[in-house]
Ligand binder design. Structure first.
Ligand SMILES: CC(C)(COP(=O)(O)OP(=O)(O)OC[C@H]1O[C@@H](n2cnc3c(N)ncnc32)[C@H](O)[C@@H]1OP(=O)(O)O)[C@@H](O)C(=O)NCCC(=O)NCCS
Length: 108
């Protein structure tokens, strides 16, 4: 149910990123253009220390590894929030994280 994000998912992920509630949680609250989004998305896919997953096609999870720490970003498709998907996706992500040598995991 957790799969690696691919280029074909980019448009959907940018649309979720541009949701007003999601933007209110970001450091940069501006809307992301598709040109900016393309660079952002490609940089994630090419970075060996970052992993992006889709859970049940409704949740995007972004994990950045820095030494013995990791940061997680999570964004549930706006129309599927409050239904438990965020919680379930993080439980699945734990299985991936447990395969990595990480001493400290914190959520942003
Ligand atoms: C925050 C978010 C990931 C939660 O996922 P979700 O599927 O909507 O939440 P769930 O249904 O799994 O609920 C999990 C718990 O979080 C709570 N919760 C949901 N949205 C919340 C929010 N915005 N702030 C605080 N708590 C929230 C729920 O009340 C629930 O608590 P409970 O178990 O005590 O009832 C999702 O709403 C989302 O993507 N929001 C926009 C982006 C965002 O805020 N990302 C986090 C910053 S990186």
């Amino acid at each position: 149910m957790l799969r690696n994000a691919e280029l074909k998912d980019m448009k959907r992920i940018i649309n979720w990123r541009n949701d007003p509630v999601t933007r209110s949680t970001c450091n940069n609250t501006d809307k992301m253009s598709y040109t900016e989004g393309k660079m952002w998305f490609r940089n994630i896919l090419l970075n060996p220390n970052r992993h992006m997953f889709l859970y049940k096609e409704k949740v995007v999870l972004d994990i950045s590894i820095n030494g013995d720490e990791a940061e997680i970003g999570i964004n549930v498709s706006p129309s599927y929030r409050g239904k438990g998907l965020g919680t379930k996706s993080l439980i699945e992500l734990q299985q991936f994280v447990s395969t990595l040598i990480i001493n400290c995991l914190y959520k942003i």
